[in-house]
Design a protein around this ligand. Structure first.
Ligand SMILES: NC(=O)c1ccc[n+]([C@@H]2O[C@H](COP(=O)([O-])OP(=O)(O)OC[C@H]3O[C@@H](n4cnc5c(N)ncnc54)[C@H](OP(=O)(O)O)[C@@H]3O)[C@@H](O)[C@H]2O)c1
Length: 332
């Protein structure tokens, strides 16, 4: 039996329950892992509330698709992994099919990456979602280069901080946009070249000022909603506005006719564009692994919670006071 988090109804953090369930044996193409640490993602809070890009297909439902642990059993047809191996589970499957919020979990072998020496379970559960998301949009899809300006909203999120590191890694200039003045100093310490506090400052005005009126080559926006019109005004001609989240929860206007039909590329993106393509995934893994090795990239961990406090951990995520990744640890 393994303690496993499930929810029996759509709702807030309080619907999460810790239950004793049989994990079973891995089927073809699957492995069973002992879960040591779980990386929390906004997608899980949205899924639990029925507001994700994918709806809950059946209740009760499990949750979670990012973790680190050790392989306990390997299913038929799995090559390249063995019992006792330390691995990370990379988000690449539906919450409707698998969930890693548990002491033990069955996951598809295709979602595993070997955990390099020196990467502990907490880091191994915190690094992949943020850095694959950032690398994929910024480098693989966007083609961001040295000298480009990269504007990152929700900058204190785990994805925002990974984007700041990724921009610095390729020589671009990361400009962090946060709602909260209290996060400004830490964002500068984490490598932001400039910080704009959106609750107090005119974001497009400041961006145009910083670029001498040119605008930024890239904006990576996790907020969406009405703020997109202002961000679109601050994109350079032929620049790209990536929408990679929807934190505002509000409808997003199309920044076209009202802005004079600017020469703007507007693109939605999910990291599934990377995890679903073996060649892109190979390059992304190499980028992140080399960044970790050289010390250019690292997960920024906000707080640890034990599995028993999963409800508190989700409440903390929805408080939006975090700075970086929230990780849940599992004692065995
Ligand atoms: N496209 C993809 O493949 C992909 C993958 C992973 C994550 N994401 C998205 O990236 C975003 C960050 O995810 P995460 O899991 O790293 O962290 P998270 O916990 O969702 O990020 C929390 C941060 O978002 C900002 N925020 C929250 N509510 C907001 C609102 N109503 N308006 C403006 N800003 C708000 C705050 O940052 P400040 O205090 O700094 O403003 C807050 O600290 C989410 O939108 C998530 O859905 C997308």
């Amino acid at each position: 039996m393994a303690r496993t988090v499930r929810f029996h109804e759509i709702g807030g953090p309080e619907v999460l329950r810790l239950e004793d369930l049989e994990t079973g044996e891995p089927g073809p193409g699957e492995v069973r892992i002992r879960v040591d640490a779980i990386g929390l993602n906004r997608a899980e809070a949205l899924f639990r509330r029925g507001r994700y890009i994918e709806q809950v297909k059946q209740l009760p439902s499990g949750l979670g698709n990012e973790a680190a642990g050790v392989i306990e059993a390997v299913g038929p047809g799995v090559a390249g992994f063995e019992e006792g191996q330390a691995v990370s589970v990379v988000p690449s499957f539906s919450h409707n099919d698998y969930g890693v919020y548990a002491e033990r979990a069955i996951v598809p072998a295709g979602a595993l990456l070997p955990r390099p020496d020196g990467v502990d379970a907490v880091s191994g559960a915190a690094v992949w979602m943020p850095h694959l998301t950032a690398y994929g949009a910024m480098v693989e899809v966007g083609g961001m280069r040295a000298g480009d300006m990269a504007v990152v909203t929700a900058a204190s999120s785990s994805v925002g901080l990974a984007a700041i590191q990724t921009a610095n890694r390729v020589g671009a200039t990361p400009v962090a946009v946060t709602r909260t003045r209290g996060k400004r100093r830490r964002l500068l310490e984490e490598g932001a070249a400039e910080v704009i506090v959106s609750d107090e400052e005119d974001v497009p005005g400041r961006l145009l000022e910083l670029t001498g009126g040119r605008g930024a080559e890239f904006v990576f926006d996790a907020v969406a909603g009405p703020g997109v019109l202002g961000l679109a005004r601050a994109v350079a001609a032929d620049g790209t506005l990536f929408l990679w989240g929807a934190q505002s929860g509000q409808p997003t206007p199309y920044p076209g006719f009202d802005l004079g039909m600017p020469a703007l590329n507007l693109r939605t993106y999910t990291m599934l564009e990377i995890t679903g393509d073996p060649e892109r995934m190979r390059r992304a893994t190499a980028f992140v692994t080399s960044g970790l090795r050289a010390g250019f990239l690292r997960p920024v961990v906000d707080r640890l919670f034990p599995l028993e406090e999963i409800v508190r951990a989700h409440r903390h995520m929805e408080s939006n006071t975090q700075f970086g990744k929230i990780v849940v640890t599992v004692a065995h």
